[in-house]
Design a binder for this molecule. Structure first.
Ligand code: GLN
Length: 284
């Protein structure tokens, strides 16, 4: 089959199904089926029947709003490709900025101690270990379905030569979590569940991201309130905390952090689209 016709039809199907980036998704799925890159599709002469059938099957699932990353089994995050699938939150590009910020805080530190609360695929923790070699990173995950992915990805990064990341099963609001690190941590970072209960989210999110990674109570900040005590306990004086939040929480979350009383230098940061995206603070 002619790849251009195939892709044009596929993009139309996905657009009609309400998929947000139909053409890109069609191209990425076809590239996945063919084991090639998206750019290599430009010079492709033909798609054989077998590949076309496999593409059609994946396209059907994507039109049914299964996340693209579950179909390819991979999610790109900064310099890494992480394994993802049912049971784990698909890392989002906007979270890459929180990692940038954390790496800046770690700049110049040798063997800093870092904790990622609610690690999911391990995107934040594993990126920090990759980009700040020697960092002693612990990834905490409570969801048994998700931590299998954290462990899998952590192991793959060790295989690739990165400093090993410790993976700990635990609840980020537990007052006994990581007691051995109390007062010693340089940076605590988290993309916690922060979606207000009842908010409308795309079908890909509602039906496929794990509920524990999304929902944060009536105003979305219940888990954040719980993690502040953990962060205050773990951070050394002068250590840094960074927490991602929803677009609408750019005032509310800094206010919650200020009123906790353990932090100074509370600041909010926008993402590349200019939307309020994460709050940072320093342990006083
Ligand atoms: N940003 C996520 C979304 O798009 C929510 C992530 C979270 O709650 N941590 O749904």
């Amino acid at each position: 089959m002619n790849p251009r016709t195939l892709l044009a039809d596929a993009a139309r199907t996905l657009a009609e199904a309400g998929v947000e980036s139909p053409r890109v998704d069609a191209e990425l799925l076809l590239a996945h089926v063919l084991g090639t890159s998206r750019t290599a599709l430009l010079t492709l002469a033909d798609v054989d029947d077998d590949a076309a059938a496999r593409f059609a099957a994946l396209l059907g699932q994507r039109a049914d709003r299964v996340p693209l990353q579950h179909l390819t089994g991979r999610a790109a995050f900064r310099h890494l490709e992480l394994a993802v699938g049912p049971g784990v939150f698909v890392p989002r590009p906007e979270t890459e900025l929180l990692v940038d910020w954390a790496l800046q805080r770690l700049d110049g530190l040798s063997g800093p101690i870092v904790v990622d609360l609610g690690s999911g695929s391990g995107a934040i923790a594993l990126s920090i270990a990759h980009e700040h070699p020697g960092a002693r990173v612990t990834a905490v995950e409570r969801d048994p379905g998700a931590i299998a992915w954290t462990r899998h990805n952590a192991l793959a990064r060790v295989g690739a030569g990165d400093t090993p990341v410790g993976v700990v099963a635990g609840d980020m609001t537990d007052p006994a979590l990581l007691s051995e690190l109390e007062g010693r941590v340089d940076v605590v970072v988290s993309n916690p569940p922060y979606v207000p209960d009842g908010a409308t989210v795309p079908r890909e999110v509602a039906d496929h991201d794990p509920p524990l990674a999304l929902w944060g109570g009536p105003d979305g900040l219940d888990v954040v309130r719980g993690l502040l005590g953990t962060a205050a306990r773990l951070l050394r004086p002068g250590g840094w905390l960074g927490i991602e939040h929803a677009d609408q929480q750019g005032t509310a979350l800094p206010a919650v952090v200020r009123s906790h009383g353990s932090f100074t230098d509370v600041e909010d940061h926008p993402d590349l689209a200019g939307r309020p995206r994460f709050t940072t603070a320093r342990r006083g």
